[in-house]
Ligand binder design. Structure first.
Ligand SMILES: Cc1cc2nc3c(=O)[nH]c(=O)nc-3n(C[C@H](O)[C@H](O)[C@H](O)COP(=O)(O)O)c2cc1C
Length: 322
């Protein structure tokens, strides 16, 4: 029986699954594929050229609700207003930073306001700004985030912000994870890394192979790459990525790297040349469960069916044990 939750009701979805707005990875094709398969697809943030290209794709090809994710610390209100007016997304998610400066624009446009949080203070702030959906992201997640684990953060946030629907994010890559999210009190899951390994994601073949080959043990949450590329990401957010030789050289030496401008110059030069050994592959602990690059619709259908089966199994077991 399909899972019905506050999220599926709010956005008229077949499955309580949102694909994460992965910067540079979740373009219009991935968002549209997820939305057309019954989830909610979100386009990731990027510069104006990325947004114009990818939002045009999703607006042309999605036949159901889709949305956009913005980084609160980086975006400006003009960009948010432009995207809302030009493309009319059904949902907008604000992550990492204070959502207050943009919340009113999103709500005024009639879009569903989603806010991604990594701790209790941010969850309280999300309620204050009128979030319709709050995404509680645990540290297992790929990409930027913080330290809390999904298992403890999700039920705590669900209690804290009740009755606002909460989605679980971080480490969910199959139907068992979706079933667990719902059991923890979430109205569904936001999934990044599993959708990163799809045919519609913007990913090189090498990056895809690295994700399929990696285990969760091969990931690390750190600031090495943000320091090396002199990124403006606020220091409280670390990022989970696949370990690589550059990381191994600087692991536990972030303070040294911060003052080593020559090393940063070498790294920036490698990035400009798109040297594949320098480019970080952001991915979460859920890589354990990824064995192939597949179409997003297949991934979503399987996750939904597995979640149904896992919940039915759990219910049967309970009855058997009575
Ligand atoms: C490659 C990649 C890029 C990401 N970029 C963003 C981003 O630009 N904005 C954002 O809000 N979250 C971003 N995230 C985090 C996701 O929103 C989400 O919290 C995370 O993917 C969930 O955990 P999972 O990867 O284990 O499924 C990114 C995640 C990945 C894997």
């Amino acid at each position: 029986m399909p899972l019905r939750t506050a999220l599926t009701e709010l956005l008229d979805l077949r499955h309580p699954v949102v694909s994460a707005p992965m910067g540079g990875v979740a373009g219009g094709a991935l968002a549209a594929a997820v939305s057309n398969a019954g989830g909610l697809g979100l386009v990731g943030s990027g510069d104006r050229a990325w947004l114009e290209r990818e939002l045009a794709i999703v607006a042309d090809t999605a036949r159901a609700a889709w949305g956009i994710g913005f980084l609160s610390w980086a975006v400006d209100d003009e960009t948010v207003q432009w995207a809302l007016a030009e493309y009319q997304p059904r949902a907008v998610m604000l992550s990492f930073g204070d959502p207050a400066p943009f919340a009113e624009s999103v709500r005024a446009a009639g879009a569903v306001l989603m806010v991604q949080v990594t701790d209790h203070d941010a969850a309280r702030r999300a309620v204050q700004v009128g979030a319709d959906v709050i995404v509680a992201q645990g540290g297992e997640a790929g990409g930027h985030g913080a330290g809390r684990s999904t298992l403890t953060l999700v039920p705590a946030v669900a209690d804290l912000v009740h009755p606002t629907p909460v989605l679980a994010a971080g480490g969910i890559a199959d139907g068992r994870g979706l079933a667990a999210a719902v059991t923890l009190g979430a109205a569904g899951a936001m999934i990044g890394t599993r959708f990163e390994a799809t045919t519609e994601a913007v990913l090189t073949p090498e990056e895809g192979r690295a994700i399929v080959a990696a285990r969760g043990d091969d990931t690390s949450r750190n600031r090495v790459f943000d320091i090396a590329r002199r990124s403006a990401w606020p220091a409280k957010y670390t990022a989970r990525m696949l370990r690589n030789p550059f990381f191994d050289r600087w692991q536990d030496r972030e303070d040294v790297l911060r003052d080593d401008f020559a090393a940063q110059d070498v790294y920036l030069d490698a990035l400009r040349r798109a040297d594949p050994t320098a480019l970080p592959v952001w991915a979460g602990e859920g890589v354990d469960l990824i064995t192939a690059i597949e179409p997003a619709a297949e991934v979503l259908a399987r996750i939904a069916a597995e979640a149904d089966a896992a919940l039915a199994r759990a219910a049967r077991r309970h009855i058997d044990e009575l």
